[in-house]
Design a protein around this ligand. Structure first.
Ligand SMILES: [Zn+2]
Length: 321
């Protein structure tokens, strides 16, 4: 049985999944800040725990390896790679033969710095729906990366400094790997670098990179979290070209909204088609959608799934009998 009232609680255990307030015991799917809290006991993959420790510090924690069931009373919790960022996990909850899968954030397209997704089947599925509208169909990843490389080359050819921005955890480490492996020299902002060092501890091998130094940027690509684009140290780079990497960039207005020269749709989420494919592969009898557009459940229903948005104050008896 689970209950939902802003936060998702497995009532038999009892433990929470990705709670947005401090709770006694919580399984955390990944280390993005939207659900990073100092819980009494945090259960997560070793990489997620290391990233959370770096970002917010933790109280007590226990690491769960992918694919290994963790017994919690008469409930089993098993984490599966979600392909979103390093350490990201889907959470499979099993109790008395019933299975509930919570997707967390996930991506089907393989990234260089996240464990490839493995999708278990489950009767009940609670899934994210960030890009749950048909207009969010992302172009092929290889094409987006080519556009990024072309943008960087064009900037360097005019002796401007390319400044590549993305979310501080995940996207910027992925772009460090992409551009480093492609032979570019990287000048990395401190908040990206401190998380990249955690990646290195978990065997993500970056080419040699340097800490950002405004006075030593000739021929280098600067990698920054998006919020640093407005900082003085970046603003003071004299000749620069800025690009922001986000799935939302399928909307051409994004680059004006964020005041960047270019925005490219490199995403660590499944796009609309990816969300539908994920639902097919889980083969659920019932789907609840969360973290995204409420219309996504309608699209699932049109395909024959029994689907609805997860609403507040929901109580479900899934695990009885
Ligand atoms: Zn995320």
């Amino acid at each position: 049985m689970f209950s939902y009232d802003k936060n998702l609680k497995i009532t038999g255990a009892p433990l929470w999944l990705d709670a947005t307030r401090r709770v006694d015991t919580c399984v955390v799917s990944h280390a993005h800040m939207d659900h990073a809290r100092k819980h009494g006991l945090t259960l997560a993959t070793p990489a997620t725990l290391a990233l959370l420790e770096k970002r917010i510090g933790l109280k007590r924690s226990a690491s769960l390896n992918y694919g290994e069931p963790y017994e919690f009373g008469d409930t089993n919790i098993t984490l599966f790679p979600a392909g979103h960022i390093l350490g990201s996990a889907q959470v499979l909850v099993e109790n008395h033969g019933h299975r509930l899968l919570y997707s967390g954030d996930f991506a089907l397209v393989k990234a260089l710095t996240a464990e490839p997704i493995q999708i278990p089947e489950s009767e009940t599925l609670i899934m994210e729906s960030t890009f749950g509208q048909p207009r969010y169909r992302l172009p092929d990843r290889a094409r987006v990366i080519q556009h990024l490389v072309d943008f960087v080359d064009a900037a360097l050819s005019t002796r401007a400094t390319p400044v590549v921005a993305g979310y501080a955890l995940g996207k910027t480490q992925e772009v460090m790997k992409i551009l480093g492996d492609a032979g570019y020299r990287l000048s990395v902002h401190g908040s990206v670098a401190r998380l990249a060092r955690v990646y290195e501890k978990f065997d993500v091998a970056f080419q040699p990179w340097e800490m950002f130094n405004r006075h030593d940027l000739e021929g280098k690509v600067v990698i920054v979290p998006r919020i640093a684009l407005k900082s003085r140290q970046i603003q003071r780079i004299e000749s620069k070209r800025t690009v922001f990497l986000t799935g939302w960039a399928v909307n051409p207005a994004i680059k004006h909204r964020y005041g960047v020269d270019e925005a490219l749709p490199l995403s660590d989420h499944a796009d609309f088609d990816g969300l539908l494919e994920y639902a097919r592969r889980v083969r659920p009898k019932k789907i609840y959608t969360t973290h995204g557009h409420k219309d996504f459940a309608l699209h699932l229903r049109n395909l024959g799934f029994d689907a609805e948005p997860l609403k507040r104050k929901k109580q479900l008896s899934l695990f009885e009998g």
